[in-house]
Write a protein that binds this ligand. Structure first.
Ligand code: PGA
Length: 258
């Protein structure tokens, strides 16, 4: 684990503003001492404002699930980086597999969103990952390399350190099927080697790389103990305050043991 562990909860299309308030009221008192762990909540757009208000003064950060690459304009239904920043967001996901596979975001579109996030002073979490057929065909490394190299085209080493990468094998997202700690470590070590050759060894050592895909209280410790896994991007299990707090605690214990 490089630097501070990051545990992020991506709520996807779940929770109204009122339910968000209930979650935060139950979650904050369960949080362990957060010295070595950064915690991030990623609610739907419509809950960002109420989450931001309730998280003010707490150590928990706020993030958004997506953005559009323009800063403003006639783009019905879209949300920009400046709007997200004004709602208190510090992070934003780009290229989540559901955006890629349900909404058609392609690698070039992901690059535009990443650039817009950086221009808007947000920290992008770039999600990459292979599908099951791609893994079975032995294409995992090629897919990750393509997603990374297109999304990060034109990025310099200093900027790279502001980007978080999340390795999320598509076959493990929302399926209950987690990558084994060995599979996650192997793919993430490969991503770090790619960053090292594209930028430098010291950049690769500083970039945080998360694992995502059916992370739960029962498997978090095993994943977070792996040397290259710097945190977790959690979907389903982040909807429950106790389960998510227990994953945060696994991150805290893993960070302590480094
Ligand atoms: P999951 O989702 O934990 O429900 O598999 C992970 C994600 O999509 O980030």
């Amino acid at each position: 684990m490089v630097g501070r562990c990051l545990i992020a909860g991506n709520w996807k299309m779940h929770k109204t503003p009122e339910e968000t308030g209930t979650f935060i009221g139950a979650f904050l008192p369960k949080l362990p001492d957060l010295l070595d762990v950064e915690v991030l909540l990623i609610p739907p757009y419509t809950s960002l404002e109420s989450a931001g208000r309730r998280l003010a003064g707490s150590p928990v950060q706020l993030g958004a699930q997506d953005l559009f690459h323009e800063a403003s304009g006639a783009y019905t239904g879209a949300i920009s980086a400046p709007i997200l920043a004004a709602c208190g967001c510090r992070y934003v996901l780009v290229g989540h597999s559901e955006r890629r596979h349900v909404f058609g975001d392609d690698d070039v579109g992901v690059r535009r969103k990443l650039g817009a996030a950086l221009d808007g002073a947000l920290l992008p979490i770039l999600c990459v990952g292979e599908t099951l057929p791609e893994r079975r065909r032995g294409e995992t490394e090629a897919v990750l390399t393509r997603q990374l190299s297109v999304a990060l085209e034109g990025i310099d080493a200093g900027t790279m350190e502001r980007i978080v990468v999340a390795y999320e094998p598509v076959w493990a997202i929302g399926t209950g099927e987690t990558a084994t700690p060995e599979q996650a470590q192997e793919a993430i070590a490969g991503i770090r080697i790619w960053i090292s050759s594209r930028f430098s060894g010291s950049t690769a050592a500083r970039v945080r790389i998360l694992y995502g895909g059916s992370v739960k209280p029962e498997n978090a410790a095993g994943l977070l103990a792996r040397p290259d896994i710097d945190g977790a991007l959690v979907g389903g299990a982040s909807l429950d305050p106790s389960a998510f707090a227990s994953i945060v605690d696994a991150g805290r214990r893993a960070a302590e043991e480094r």
